[in-house]
Design a protein around this ligand. Structure first.
Ligand code: ADP
Length: 459
């Protein structure tokens, strides 16, 4: 940024400064050359008219006039004869000597000329002197200082340079100031992100005002909040798993210790206790199996085995498997398929998901109730509903039953043998299929689970 600003600001300044001094110098060079040449011509004309070069009497006076003029005009005047010998020099340096500077030679050859001598910072202008028959009888050289102009242009350039320097300083300060404004908040965000990635998930970015940076900060804050939630739910999950496994483990421990500590235990008691131990082991196995099923449904690891599924056939198979359970409880289990529906999905996983719903319907419906399964579809989706006449789920609980290990009434479920993982598994399978699941229920008035699955898999 600094370099860009400097180039944009300074290059034109330097170019402009260079150009102004050059133009000024050019202008004055032209003007002064003309003026000095005019003077040389005038003096040459005077000498010519009055014949000063030959008239000794008048000459003295004329030389005096020349001296005065040279002081007045601040210039040096040199007059030479036709061979280049100096007749008069207002500086008195080269009197009587041969003085053949290029301008004089040109003038003696019959041409007037003015030149700027940059090294001497002076203008040399010469004019020839003729007699009546146009013979060149001498020349006048006027040397006028050009230093004033150089001083002036130097002064102007100096001012340009000072202005440029001032601009550079201002630009540097501006850039530092701007970068503070731009990079300050970015640095702040970056520092917080570093802390977050080092594990400090409670860190948040301070949001001041409303601009792109605060939006970025807000996005990072939301992401961190989500990370914190995931972290919290992971910890909760581990503690839930441990807790769930601890209960059967302590039962087994108590049962087996009481057998060890008692002497002469009758065989029936042994059998009974071992039966209890075995069912606790079954419960642990269930939990572990459900956990494995859940882990397999993790969207990051799970690969669906997609095939075409005949939904009615799949549901009939499930119902066939579960009807002994329903019969045992005296529950009517019926199935109503409005249409033939085929969808693309993972049959094993979907079958498990719907089994859990029907299984729950049977589990949470008292004897004499009913569980009915219905299928319908439109051009895009397949709808499966599982409706029971059981205990129902209150509104507050409806949002929580899909959580892992969540159970409405813990004591009740110990009896039903649930792990609290069934609906979590169902939910994750349906999410993997880009579907949705909704509950319609009132407490004690039965529950309906409505599942919607896309017929084609969107990629
Ligand atoms: P569980 O293995 O305990 O059945 P789920 O995840 O399948 O675990 O269900 C979570 C909780 O939701 C259950 O403990 C139960 O309280 C409630 N629930 C699930 N299905 C039904 C239903 N059809 N009727 C009433 N309550 C239900």
């Amino acid at each position: 940024m600094l370099i860009t600003y400097l180039i944009i600001g300074i290059v034109p300044m330097l170019y402009f400064s260079y150009n102004t001094t050059k133009t000024l110098q050019g202008y004055f060079e032209d003007k002064n050359e003309k003026e000095v040449l005019y003077q040389a011509n005038k003096i040459a004309g005077n000498i010519q008219k009055a014949g000063y070069l030959y008239d000794i009497e008048k000459r003295e006076q004329f030389w005096k006039d020349l001296d005065e003029r040279s002081v007045e005009e601040n210039c040096r005047i040199v007059v030479v004869d036709k061979d280049g010998y100096v007749v008069a020099d207002t500086n008195g340096l080269v009197n009587g000597r041969l003085f053949l500077v290029p301008e004089i030679m040109v003038a003696l050859a019959g041409r007037d000329e003015a030149n700027l001598r940059k090294d001497e910072k002076a203008i040399y202008a010469s004019a020839y002197i003729e007699d009546q028959s146009s013979n060149k009888i001498g020349a006048v050289l006027v040397v006028s200082s050009f230093a004033d102009v150089y001083n002036l242009t130097d002064e102007i350039s100096q001012k340009w340079v000072i202005t440029t320097l001032l601009i550079i300083i201002i630009v540097i300060f501006l850039v530092i100031f701007m970068s503070q404004i731009i990079f300050g908040p970015l640095k702040n965000i970056l520092n917080t992100i570093k802390k977050i990635s080092a594990g400090q998930l409670h860190q948040r970015i301070e949001l001041k005002g409303k601009n792109e940076f605060t939006e970025l900060g807000d996005a990072v804050n939301n992401m961190t909040k989500r990370l914190e939630e995931v972290d919290k739910s992971r910890q909760e999950f581990v503690s839930n798993v441990s807790h769930e496994l601890k209960t059967p483990l302590s039962s087994i421990k108590v049962l087996s210790e009481s057998l060890i500590l008692q002497e002469n235990v009758p065989e029936e008691v042994y059998k009974e206790f071992l039966q209890d131990i075995s069912s606790e082991i079954d419960r642990m196995t269930n939990i572990v199996n459900d956990l494995l099923a859940l882990v397999k449904n993790d969207p990051n690891q799970s690969k669906l085995k997609i095939t075409e599924i005949d939904i009615n056939k799949m549901l009939r198979d499930i119902i066939k498997r579960l009807s002994p359970l329903a019969k045992e409880k005296g529950i009517e289990l019926d199935f109503d398929a409005a249409k033939d529906v085929k969808i693309k999905g993972d049959e094993v996983k979907l079958s498990l998901a719907i089994s859990n719903l029907i299984d729950n319907g049977i589990k949470y419906t008292p004897e004499g109730g009913s569980v009915s399964v219905k299928v319908d579809s439109d051009s895009k989706s397949c709808f499966i509903s599982v409706k029971d006449t059981g205990v129902g789920i209150s509104k507050e609980e409806q949002s929580r039953v899909f959580e892992r290990f969540y159970r409405v009434d813990k004591t009740r479920d110990r009896e039903t043998g649930g792990t609290g993982l069934g609906l979590a598994i169902t939910h994750s399978v349906i999410m993997l299929h880009n579907g949705s699941i909704k509950i319609e229920s009132e407490e004690n008035e039965g529950a309906t689970f409505n599942v919607k699955l896309p017929i084609e898999r969107e990629v």
